[in-house]
Design a protein around this ligand. Structure first.
Ligand SMILES: Cc1ncc(COP(=O)(O)O)c(C=O)c1O
Length: 444
């Protein structure tokens, strides 16, 4: 089945890579690639301390997306993400000497948390180097789990360089890469095995992609057992490193213009081992906008009463973005892979999601500066059932209308139709001409 090209710049076709690993990729591979047997062994090895998370049908989101949509609730792992799977598998495969010395990893959060929890559980000292941008909730939880937490560097690359220099070379600790080691990929693949047991006749899975360990593991498991199941990746437009690697034939670094809401997916260069596994197994990629991600977080809160971080919501964002019409009517599984979001960020994401939905809009209107001018405007808003969230007025800058005042308002509505009704009243009764804008100054 060919997947048509997406409307918003996503790379969405069968990737057409030959099975042969290109020389530029081969050169950078340090370890043998993981096999399906490694995934099965990881399942057996880790199953007593990794939760087989539920995978349930979402009625509300099925209706919204037109698919039969199943949510694999990986945020229900103890530390709030799937990363525990690979972390535990990798820790259990260390030699006795490596276990005694301990491990180090650079991570913005979820991998660090998985290592910290399972290191403590198994009795292996864990050091994590987190970049300054790491979400506070993840830093605090890591410390609480007893890991040695060092904050260093502006991004994950700088944190990794520091970890290598000080802890690998300096202290002889073993570095555990969060997305590119075969043991990690095999651990993440166990999600795919569980999905197939839980939804045996699934048609497709949509997997968030950062460094690509998760999609490599899931694709390896699913394509081995059921090659007809579509494996589709979702990555932020702001950091589309898997698409860039597909285009180049090997991992390449992309420039990140600005940070993405999906901080877990902000990996500017996918892992070579993960890419080597996933490149021919993945059927297509979707690039999601920040707006798609924000809306997806909001939909999960509203319809499922559950909280995801941006990365965890990226699979649903791909579906909601409308770039996968082929999946209508199909059985689709989405891993909700992480719930570690700062509460303050969640608040902002929900606000932006409301704005993206046209349920939080702003406009400015010019009204009479005489008594009752502003009140008249507020009365119309109230009569139309919209709720004023912010209001500011100013006169000094309104140079050509001294008897008037400019009022800026943010109002909550029930959606675009409601905005239209409000606009009609404002046009008729206040001579309103200006735009009403939502997320990112988009005019409604
Ligand atoms: C919540 C969440 N989802 C998805 C991913 C992507 O995993 P990978 O880096 O293996 O592609 C991450 C990575 O940290 C994550 O934290």
């Amino acid at each position: 089945m060919a997947i048509a090209s997406g409307s918003s710049g996503g790379l969405l076709q069968k990737n057409g890579q030959t099975k042969e690993i290109p020389p530029a990729l081969k050169q950078v591979l340090e370890f043998p690639l993981p096999t399906f047997e490694d995934v099965s062994l990881a399942m057996y090895r880790t199953r007593n301390r990794i939760r087989n998370t539920e995978c349930t049908l979402s009625d509300a989101l099925s209706e919204l997306t037109g698919c039969e949509l199943y949510l694999k609730k990986e945020y229900k792992q103890r530390t709030g993400s799937f990363k525990e799977r690979g972390a535990r598998n990798a820790l259990l495969l260390l030699s006795a000497e490596q276990r005694e010395r301990g491990v180090v990893a650079a991570s913005a959060g979820n991998h660090a948390l998985g290592l910290a929890w399972h290191g403590r559980d198994i009795g292996i000292p864990v050091t994590v180097v987190m970049p300054a941008s790491a979400p506070l909730t993840k830093v605090t939880k890591c410390k609480a789990l007893g890991a040695r937490v060092i904050q260093h560097g502006d991004d994950i690359g700088e944190a990794k360089a520091y970890a290598d220099e000080v802890y690998v070379k300096g202290e002889g600790l073993r570095y555990v890469n969060g997305f590119d080691h075969p043991h990690i990929i095999a651990g993440q693949g166990t999600i795919g095995l569980e999905m197939l047991e839980q939804v045996p006749d699934m048609d497709a899975v949509i997997v968030p992609v950062g460094g690509a360990g998760l999609i490599a593991g899931i694709a390896l498991a699913i394509k081995t057992l059921q090659p007809n199941v579509l494996v589709i990746g979702a990555e932020p437009k702001l950091c589309a490193s898997f698409c860039a690697a597909l285009a180049a034939g090997h991992p390449v670094r992309v420039d990140m213009q600005s940070p993405t809401l999906a901080d877990g997916l902000a990996v500017p260069c996918v892992g070579p081992h993960s890419f080597a596994v996933a490149r021919t197994l993945v059927d297509g990629m979707v690039q999601v906008s920040e707006r798609d991600i924000g809306l997806s977080v909001l939909r999960l809160v509203e319809h499922e009463k559950l909280v995801q971080e941006g990365a965890g919501a990226a699979g649903l964002a791909a579906l909601l973005s409308g770039q996968l019409p082929e999946l209508r009517g199909k059985k689709v599984v989405i891993p909700l892979c992480g719930g570690n979001i700062d509460t303050t960020v969640l608040g902002r994401v929900i606000e932006r999601g409301l704005a993206a939905d046209g349920r939080l809009v702003r406009f400015s209107a010019i009204v009479s500066d005489r008594p009752g001018g502003i009140a008249g405007l507020c009365k119309i808003v109230a009569e139309e059932g919209a709720s004023i969230k912010d209001i500011v007025h100013e006169r000094a800058w309104l140079v050509d209308a001294v008897a008037h005042v400019q009022v800026f308002m943010v109002v909550e509505t029930t959606g675009r139709d409601h905005v239209e009704r409000l606009r009609d009243r404002l046009e008729q009764e206040m001579n309103f001409k200006g735009p009403i804008t939502s997320w990112g100054q988009v005019s409604l």
